[in-house]
Design a protein around this ligand. Sequence first.
Ligand code: 9PG
Length: 750
Amino acid sequence: MTTSQPQLSVQPSRGATLSWSDGPAIRDAVAVVRYRVGDQPRTLRIPEPERSCEQDGLQARWRWELSGNGYRLWVELANIGDAPLFLETADVLTAPAPDLGAPIPTWRVYQNGWQSWSPTFARHLEGSIYAEPGTPEYRAAHQPHWEPDYDGLISSEWVSVLYTPASSRPVAGLLGGFITTKDQLAEIRLRADGSEWTARCHLDTALLAPGASLRTELLYLTAGPDPLKLLEEWAEMVGREMEARIPAAPPTGWCTWYYFYGENTADDVLDNLTAIATYRLPLDVILLDDGYQTAIGDWFSIHTDKFPDGMEPVAQAIRDAGHKLGIWTAPFGAAATSQLFAAHPDWVVRDEHSEPVLGWVHWGVPCYALDTTHPEVLAWLEETFGRMRREWGVTFFKIDFIFAAARPGRRHDPAATRAQALRRGVEAIRRAIGDDAFLLGCGAPLGPCIGLVDGMRIGTDVDPNWHPIFRYDLSAASTENALRNSITRAPFHNHLWANDPDCLLVRQRGPDLDLVLNEMRSLTAVIALLGGLTLNSDHLAIIRPGRLKYLRQALPPTGVSARPLDLFTHELPRLLLLPVERPWGRWWVAGVINWEDHTVETTVSLSDLGIPPGLYHVYNYWRRRYLGVTDDAVTIRRHQPHETVVLLFKPVSERPDLLTTTFHVCQGAVEVTDCAWDESVGTVRVTLSKAGRQFGEVLFSVPAPWEVAEVRVDGERHPWAVVAPGIISVGLTLDERSEVTLFARYRGEE
Ligand code: 9PG
């Protein structure tokens, strides 16, 4: 369906109206700039597109440009007077809530959190899972624009999509999203009472000196019938505008954090290195997470209880074993107890009383926010990261808690916004580590990192527990929260960076892990379906080797993300779909999640999945069970609590064909490198290739009047089992490469 072109009309007294004939309308829109002259707060209202206004020497022009099926909007600001001006906010558009053709309580509003861990989902305006924690800590970490009248306000960082399933109009989705994100934090605000929908850029009281000028970020407004698609298209557009870095393949690896939580010694790391080699696990990066340093800020002061010989011997062992060395830092913090803060108290952001601004509290220790507009701080960052690269050979950098650089406060450069301060810090790190090192953002405001990071954590921390243990807080560490955000931000993958859904844990339930089998499989399935970074964080030296089969089934990542089809239907999306297309066929892998704490019955239809009508074989991956053929729907009668059922849909073929393989959750998307049918001899030859050694099955469909004559694996005759009429399974141990050939015989009518 193509959406009509937007119509723009202007009523000078009221503002601009933008409407789509079969869809939404935004009425009485204006731009508003808030600033200060000395201590005086001032407001400048611009009621007409493409018009300039002037007040107190501030010249403002509201720009509108038709672009595709929408408009690009921005505000240009110049100080043409003689007095300094201090800019607070620029509303690139503010209007009453748009008209979507159905009342606001029926709406779903995509609420993007501002940093990695901040809750993100398409929020229902009635009956939401969201509860405002309302604590100062929560505000500091997740609500960069908090203000006392936050009640009833839904603030989404950089982008929002409004959608209602109740509209009578064919087009009920409206996207407002900033497509440049370098210079200003920017939010899309909706007041639930309908009084306001605003796209606001934050200028953080930055100085606009006489003669100086600037531009707000570019806002894109567009409408469409499919809100998920709007979000995907926005991500693509931002990626282009911001010159996003997209790695050729998402990294794999092992991380110390989620087993040791900072208490690992050098020997623990070496033991895991050995285990990775012994088990031949295809994990590339060895990530030394938090804990090796004596204090946040003192990155070369190594904890000698844990690393008695310092970092060098461990670093060397990792490199010698052929791995990439990864290191965690929280580069924009200085612990109150650090040598860094003692030596450079002038390097931190200060509040209005000249007190150091708290970045965050790190496991009980206050860490101040470094002023990344200070040239000495930037030089120190370059020196620190350059040394890690040169002296330790680090080529993978996880930079954490980096929202600290964007905390509000006074900085060395009075003209810098919070977004610019953060970006300057990340730029310094990128300069130091070089273009070929992998930079992973974490605890990171998303926008200003685009184009600088290769990967981004897009959710909260995973955790040994499914639900958060302490409180009901959508940002708290828990497997549930981590998965939710990773799913709701799946549209960003490969557009803004490679998504990092956080670590995969596969160890057995026990004192170090509380996930039951279904929960661990959900974590495995969702991470595998999302196709982003895939890092394990178990103690591999003591893990029950049988559990490694789960890890192997998520490796390597496909690089491509499944789509959360019901993102705008359920706050916790239940339906992930990965379409796979290869020269030898196409298939669909669906992840169907039960977020409830009780067993439910779930029906998934081809039309829910958007799969073309036809006849499909269905295979239940975790159960290793062929479910038969459908042209309609599959019902999971006992869909257990927190279970993700992985279903394969493969078009029914009239001749013998590959049905699926079980070496990877995506069922052939990574391990099947070729599949050839030779009609003249009746063979299906499947080439499998995958790092490591792993048991699995190759399933074939052999419809009558064909029948199996024999199966060969790497040229040798091999047994097979009939799992259902016309379906056979071949079990084998795949060691790097294998060729499985089905020889079929045509019986004709008898
Ligand atoms: C190391 C960890 C891991 C993890 C990061 C980050 O107190 N907090 O609110 C809090 C939030 C996140 C957090 C730790 C504490 O985790 O996401 O992968 O690197 O730091 O300390």
